[in-house]
Design a binder for this molecule. Structure first.
Ligand SMILES: Cc1ncc(COP(=O)(O)O)c(C=O)c1O
Length: 402
């Protein structure tokens, strides 16, 4: 193949549509750049599509997760050092927020096929101090929620779904985000919807929604969380609001997003089905093109009974003659961007905190050591996908493996 891309084939992409430009300009013209109608509409759409009552937009998926755990800890009176079960393979934010809340992460190994919290291994890790589980929906597909929900119910544990990498995907008919006490999404660069920075806290509980929204807003009294709250209030309510609106009931955070992110998100979410279909088609195209390399590379599998919306296209090197670092270097040299597949316990800071414990979680260790991903976003053309497939083959030919 003689064609070469002129720009990098990235793991993510952002397309600014005429509608997005129009919405951003409307925000500028309105001079209303903090919480306003664009965020409110974006929140309503996310809640509707994920079948939850409340969706609260904030400045990142990490903030959303941190606030959710903080709220549960506070409302249920958990103590510092209580335990939260997390997968041994995920983006660092999932576990950072447990530490930031002064709770103890308890790692559980992951499933070899889907890279997510292995329900078979959870029960052995539950103790008197376990309070919550954080299943992570990795890379566009749902965790195995049925057995996870069953365990949570049996042991009276709370669930926060880390859905930062997975929007719109269904598991046995119900969307991600609709299972947990809380569920969090991210709209950071390279995610399914891209607003620059951004995140959602979703819940069906009004108590949890008010608490989370308060924490995002400095821990402000739940009676007054948006500037419009006093406009819609009756005289009686206004009397209360005026008295309470500068009261703070928690040590909260300043995690608000702006109308600009709301405008970008609202413009994109109208096309969510197109975005998902394009991702699935691109992934299927890559799988068809790479299938003959499956003696070297483990190609992605889709969990039966679940959707996969392919936030990225994951691969795990399975032939030990192939070196991940060499292969990804070759791809990057050829303008194909790669990322390692979420190694956690080998991160320098995790080694420093927990020691050399990776070997206790062999499945996560294998994926963290040999896995990586490439992009399959809607911005990719057929020519770019053909080029990616061609370059993989070229690598294995050069290595005299093919
Ligand atoms: C699994 C997971 N959790 C949390 C986050 C954090 O989201 P954000 O970057 O919006 O803070 C990410 C981000 O990429 C993620 O992949």
């Amino acid at each position: 193949m003689s064609w070469r891309p002129t720009k990098q084939i990235g793991v993510g992409d952002v397309q600014i549509s005429p509608l997005a430009r129009k919405y951003v300009n409307l925000v500028l013209d309105s001079k209303r750049i903090t919480y306003g109608k664009f965020i409110a509409r974006f929140e309503r759409e996310i809640a509707r599509l994920h079948q939850v009552k409340y969706a609260i937009f904030c400045n990142s998926g990490t903030s959303a997760l941190q606030v959710s755990l903080h709220a549960l800890k506070k409302l249920h009176g958990w103590q510092d050092g209580d335990e939260v079960i997390v997968p041994a393979l995920t983006f660092v934010a999932t576990v950072n927020i447990v530490l930031q809340n002064h709770l103890k992460p308890i790692f559980v190994d992951v499933e070899p096929d889907y890279f997510m919290l292995d329900p078979q291994r959870i029960a052995a890790k539950i103790t008197r101090k376990t309070r919550a589980l954080i299943p992570v929906h990795i890379g566009g597909q749902p965790a195995d929620m049925a057995p996870i929900m069953k365990l949570a119910k049996k042991h009276d544990l709370k669930i926060i779904e880390d859905a930062c990498e997975t929007m719109f995907a269904k598991y046995r008919g119900a969307p991600v985000g609709s299972f947990g006490d809380y569920a969090c999404f991210s709209t950071y660069a390279a995610h399914t919807l891209v607003t620059g920075v951004g995140g959602f806290i979703c819940t069906n509980s009004s108590t949890l929604a008010v608490k989370a929204k308060s924490l995002v807003n400095h821990g402000r009294d739940g009676i007054y969380l948006a500037i419009d709250d006093d406009r819609v209030a009756s005289q009686q309510q206004l009397f209360q609001i005026v008295d309470r609106r500068f009261k703070f009931t928690d040590i909260g955070y300043s995690y608000r997003a702006t109308e600009f992110e709301g405008a970008l998100g609202l413009a994109q979410i109208r096309n969510w089905q197109k975005i998902v279909t394009a991702r699935q088609q691109n992934a299927a195209y890559l799988t068809a093109g790479l299938r003959d390399l499956s003696q070297y590379l483990e190609l992605p599998k889709v969990r039966p009974g679940a959707d996969h919306i392919f936030m990225f296209y994951p691969l795990v090197v399975k032939n030990r003659e192939v070196r991940r670092q060499q292969l990804t270097f070759f791809l990057e040299k050829n303008l194909i961007e790669t990322r390692y597949l979420l190694p956690l316990l080998s991160q320098p800071i995790y080694r420093e905190l927990f020691g050399d414990i990776e070997g206790k979680y062999p499945v996560a260790q294998n994926i963290g050591t040999h896995g990586f991903y490439i992009g399959c976003h809607p911005g990719l053309s057929k020519r770019e996908l053909d080029y990616v497939v061609f370059k993989f083959h070229e690598y294995f030919r050069q290595q005299k493996l093919e």
